[in-house]
Write a protein that binds this ligand. Structure first.
Ligand code: NAD
Length: 260
């Protein structure tokens, strides 16, 4: 399946990695629904990436809200005729030591990362199964789908959870030609990571430069951040792949931060 002339929904696409994926998909000839909590940002991103207005649309959607997800998908299906590719990318980060983690914050993390992945997967596969043309689901995991870091209990738990969800979708979806895979990036300079640098510096009692050098990039092979373009290319690779030979898998894109 080439993404050309296909329809992709990318959540959290008004910013960072999701925006980069939307740009890569549009360049490859796909129509993209830029779904985000931030409707104004989603519409502005759609206009920025596709001034013609034919290849991208902004959709307001809180991925943790069932009615908003189903309503958003109905809009995309009405406009573009169906959904072939689902990229479950929306996410946030909240860091704190586990003894100080507030239950409400834990639940917020689970709602966005796991409820969000479930609700958008369900909406996508309902359309894919109905149309019978197969499809591809790509989850935005993390090196934290494979490894742990201090201060990130719900993030690590949720990102590990996405791998389990992906494997079930791969098994159930196979009969319908629907594949599911996970991209697991290392640290990428986006607003999500920029926000963490001063927070971690404060909590760990070290400088911001040390957070970058000794916490975020210490385990890479070359001291480099992973780029948005690297993650978009890996996502496109999964979305493009034509057979069930590549399903239920996870691919780490992290400058060696984590090695299998
Ligand atoms: P970002 O903050 O730049 O963008 C996240 C987007 O998600 C924002 O546009 C935000 O409005 C949207 N969003 C937040 N809550 C939402 C909700 N409830 N419903 C819909 N949209 C919502 O972050 P990013 O760094 O681009 O992260 C994107 C994904 O990549 C996340 O799942 C994150 O965990 C993952 N990731 C990021 C890194 C990194 O280093 N930046 C590394 C590994 C994985």
């Amino acid at each position: 399946m080439s993404v050309k002339d296909k329809v992709a929904v990318v959540t959290g696409a008004a910013s960072g990695i999701g925006k980069g994926i939307a740009a890569a998909f549009i360049k490859a000839g796909a129509k993209v629904a830029i779904a985000d909590l931030n409707l104004v940002g989603a519409e502005a991103t759609a206009k920025e990436l596709d001034p013609s207005g034919k290849m991208a649309m902004g959709v307001g959607m809180d991925v943790s809200d069932e009615a908003q997800v189903d309503g958003g998908f109905a809009k995309v299906i009405a406009a573009y005729g169906g959904v072939d590719i689902m990229v479950c990318n929306a996410g946030i980060q909240i860091v704190a030591p586990i003894d100080q983690f507030e239950f409400a914050q834990w639940k917020k993390m689970m709602a966005i990362h796991l409820d969000g992945a479930f609700l958008t997967t369900r909406a996508a596969v309902r359309d894919m199964y109905k149309r019978g043309k197969g499809g591809s689901i790509v989850y935005m995991g993390s090196v934290h789908s494979k490894e742990a870091s201090v201060l990130k209990a719900p993030y690590v738990a949720a990102k590990h959870g996405l791998i389990g969800l992906c494997k079930v979708v791969a098994k159930e979806g196979a009969a319908h030609g629907v594949r599911a895979n996970v991209v697991c990036p290392g640290f990428v300079r986006t607003p999500l990571v920029d926000k963490q640098i001063p927070e971690q510096a404060k909590t760990l009692g070290i400088s911001e430069a040390d957070v970058i050098k000794n916490v975020m990039l210490k385990n890479t092979v070359d001291g480099e951040f992973t780029t948005i373009e690297d993650v978009a290319a890996a996502t496109l690779f999964f979305a493009d792949f034509e057979t069930n030979a590549l399903t239920g898998q996870s691919l780490v894109v992290s400058h060696g931060w984590f090695m299998q």
